[in-house]
Design a protein around this ligand. Structure first.
Ligand code: SF4
Length: 238
């Protein structure tokens, strides 16, 4: 059974360059101060995996990937692993969005080659556990996410690392620290404009400037803003 949070039948935004079905899992170990998916953090809507499998089967001629999102999909490891196996057996790519709090489970699925792309949130500089805790509400979050990052950098799936920015929470200084710490990493780093009713957001130009700062350290940087969607600032060697 999966504690099901919802579905987007076809999205062109959630798996770069691919049409994807997005499946949301309920539950998350974090309580981020800017969470946009608060309705998925608790509650129960238990359904059998076969219902989701039927949806994947019906959609597979229209999509080329399935993205598991949440909440935190790795919190429900058995249904996640079952549905990822089903998607792969159906010839589809598997993408998973994660907060990185379950490194052993990421490794377990990675070693079974059930991940094509991992979208890993880095919510604050990983060498600043206090800040990480302030944002996520979880004391050891930075330490655990560091383990997920370390494994994922050496795994043979695509890795996209993402940071969401808000004024007074995570801005240019933190982006510079995160990008510096990621130096040498050959995946993509995405800086995302946050959306919140109670936090102040950055302008397009401010986010673009953060992207340019990150691009001085990293080979592949993108920004995602309300104004212009997803933009590539650099890709390939600097
Ligand atoms: S990790 Fe994502 S779903 Fe979980 S609380 Fe944070 S923003 Fe919300």
């Amino acid at each position: 059974m999966i504690n099901f949070g919802g579905i987007i039948e076809t999205s062109t935004l959630d798996y770069p360059g691919k049409a994807a079905m997005v499946i949301f899992f309920r539950g998350c170990p974090f309580r981020c101060i800017y969470c946009q998916n608060e309705h998925l953090l608790s509650g129960n809507d238990l359904i059998g995996e076969e219902i989701i499998e039927a949806k994947i089967r019906d959609a597979k001629i229209f999509i080329s990937a399935v993205v598991f999102s949440g909440g935190e999909p790795f919190m429900q490891f058995d249904p996640l692993s079952k549905l990822a196996s089903y998607a792969k057996a159906s010839g589809l790519l598997v993408g998973i969005e994660t907060c990185g709090y379950y490194p052993e489970k990421i490794r377990a699925l990675g070693e079974r080659r059930l991940i094509d792309s991992l979208f890993l949130d880095i919510k604050a500089p990983l060498d600043d556990p206090k800040r990480y805790e302030e944002i996520t509400g979880v004391r050891n979050a930075a330490e655990v996410v560091k383990e997920s990052l370390s494994y994922s950098c050496s795994a043979d799936f695509n890795l996209e690392v993402r940071t969401t920015v808000f004024k007074g929470v995570i801005g240019p200084d933190e982006i510079e620290k995160i990008a510096r710490a990621l130096e040498g990493f050959d995946g993509t780093y995405v800086i995302q404009e946050g959306i919140s009713a109670h936090l102040e957001t950055f302008s397009y130009n401010e986010i673009r400037r953060m992207g340019e700062i990150a691009a001085t350290h990293l080979n592949s940087v993108r920004i995602r803003t309300k104004e212009k969607g997803l933009e590539t600032l650099n890709s390939g060697s600097r």
